[in-house]
Design a protein around this ligand. Structure first.
Ligand SMILES: Nc1ncnc2c1ncn2[C@@H]1O[C@H](COP(=O)(O)OP(=O)(O)O)[C@@H](O)[C@H]1O
Ligand SMILES: [Mg+2]
Length: 253
C-alpha cells in the first residue's frame, strides 16, 4: 500500500533519515519504533508531504507521492495525527471533526457563500457523520464541549476522530497513547483493532512496547535514521541489535 524506497532526509548537517526502505502492506497494523530522535516523525512528515525528501521514492497505491502538497496527499486517502496535538482549542469537538472533512465535502465556494440548500444539506450530513465518529472514539457525550477543555487522553482521541473524518484508507498515528492511562490505552487498542476490521491500514509510531507488541502485525525499528530490524513483534523483541539500540535510553521504552 505504501512503499518507501531509499528515502533520505537531511536537516542541515543532520541525516534524520538515511536510505529507509519499507513496505507497508494493505490491511496491516504496522508499527514503527525507535529511540527518541531516530527519525520516526520525519517519516510521517515526508509521507504526508510536509516537506520533501532529500532523496528516494515514496509510492502509495502504486503511484508516486513525490511533489504533491499535503492536501492532495490527504485526498488520496492518507490521514494522520500529530505527536504534538493540533486541535482548534476554542472550537467544539464536533466542529473540530467537521474541519477534518472539509476538503472532502462536495460543495463549492458559491454554495458556501450563498448558504444554498445543497450546502445546508451537506453540512447536516457532515454533523451526523462527525457525531458518529465521536461516538466511535468514545467522545459522543462531549460533542458540544470545547476541545480545550478535554483531558489530554481525550484530546488524542479527538485527533483520531478528526483524522478519520476524511475517510482515509491509510491512517498514520504518531504516538497515539502518549500520556494516556491504562484504561484509555485499552480503549485505543480496541479502536485500532476495529479500524483494521474495517480494512483500514494503520501505520503507527509508538513508544509503549506492550501496546505495540500487542497490536502490530509487523514492527520496524529505526535507529539514527536507519532501519535496523523489521519483523513480527516477537522476533523484534528478541533481536539483539534492537535491545542494544534501546539500552542507554533514559526511560525504558
Ligand atoms: N523540521 C526539522 N528541522 C530540523 N531538524 C529536524 C526537523 N525535524 C526533525 N529534525 C531532526 O531530525 C531528527 C529526527 O527527528 P524526529 O523525526 O522528530 O525523531 P523521532 O520522531 O524519532 O523522535 C532529530 O535529530 C531532529 O532534531
Ligand atoms: Mg516523533
Amino acid at each position: 500500500m505504501l512503499k518507501l524506497g531509499n528515502l533520505s532526509r537531511q536537516f542541515g548537517g543532520v541525516r534524520a533519515l538515511d536510505d529507509v526502505t519499507l513496505t507497508i502492506p494493505p490491511g496491516q497494523i504496522y508499527g514503527l519504533i525507535g529511540p527518541n530522535g531516530a527519525g520516526k516523525t520525519t517519516v510521517f512528515n515526508l509521507v504526508t508531504g510536509l516537506f520533501p525528501p532529500s532523496g528516494g521514492t515514496l509510492e502509495y497505491d502504486g503511484r508516486s507521492l513525490l511533489g504533491l502538497p499535503p492536501e492532495r496527499i490527504a485526498l488520496r486517502g492518507i490521514a494522520r495525527t500529530f505527536q504534538n496535538i493540533r486541535l482548534f482549542q476554542e472550537m467544539t469537538l464536533i466542529d473540530n471533526v467537521i474541519v477534518g472533512m472539509h476538503a472532502h465535502l462536495p460543495y463549492n465556494f458559491l454554495d458556501l457563500l450563498l448558504r444554498t440548500t445543497r450546502f445546508r444539506e451537506i453540512e447536516r450530513k457532515a454533523r451526523t457523520r462527525a457525531l458518529q465518529l465521536l461516538h466511535r472514539v468514545g467522545l459522543g457525550p462531549l460533542c458540544e464541549e470545547l476541545a480545550g477543555n478535554l483531558s489530554y487522553g481525550n484530546q488524542r482521541k479527538l485527533e483520531i476522530a478528526r483524522a478519520l473524518a476524511s475517510n482515509p484508507r491509510l491512517l498514520l498515528l504518531d504516538e497515539p497513547v502518549a500520556g494516556m492511562n491504562a484504561t484509555e490505552k485499552n480503549e485505543i487498542m480496541s479502536l485500532i483493532r476495529s479500524l483494521k476490521q474495517d480494512r483500514l491500514t494503520v501505520f503507527m509510531i509508538e513508544h509503549d512496547m506492550r501496546f505495540v507488541m500487542g497490536l502490530c502485525d509487523t514492527v520496524a525499528v529505526l535507529n539514527f535514521g536507519r532501519i535496523i530490524a523489521e519483523g513480527k513483534p516477537a522476533a523484534i523483541q528478541a533481536n539483539p541489535s534492537v535491545i542494544e539500540a534501546y539500552l542507554g535510553q533514559e526511560e525504558p521504552a
